[in-house]
Design a protein. Structure first.
Length: 71
């Protein structure tokens, strides 16, 4: 039965048109896990270009004290 199951391919949300900005902590917090680490590209489904963008936005939100460094 398991060989017939196919997972849906993850696609980049930002390539589809959504944007991530450090000023909106609800959206940025989707890209960090419960320990406060940035979620990997494999888990989040973003492409390499937009993963780098997400990384800078998370770091900016942490610097501006919108997100905690550690939970």
């Amino acid at each position: 039965m398991a060989e017939f199951y196919r997972k849906k391919k993850k696609f980049c949300q930002m390539c589809a048109g959504k944007s991530v900005d450090y000023k909106n902590p609800q959206i940025v917090s989707k890209y960090i896990n419960d320990k406060g680490k940035i979620v990997s590209r494999r888990v989040s489904g973003t492409c390499a270009k937009h993963q780098r963008h997400v990384q800078t936005q998370v770091k900016r939100a942490r610097f501006m004290a919108l997100l905690p460094y550690v939970k």
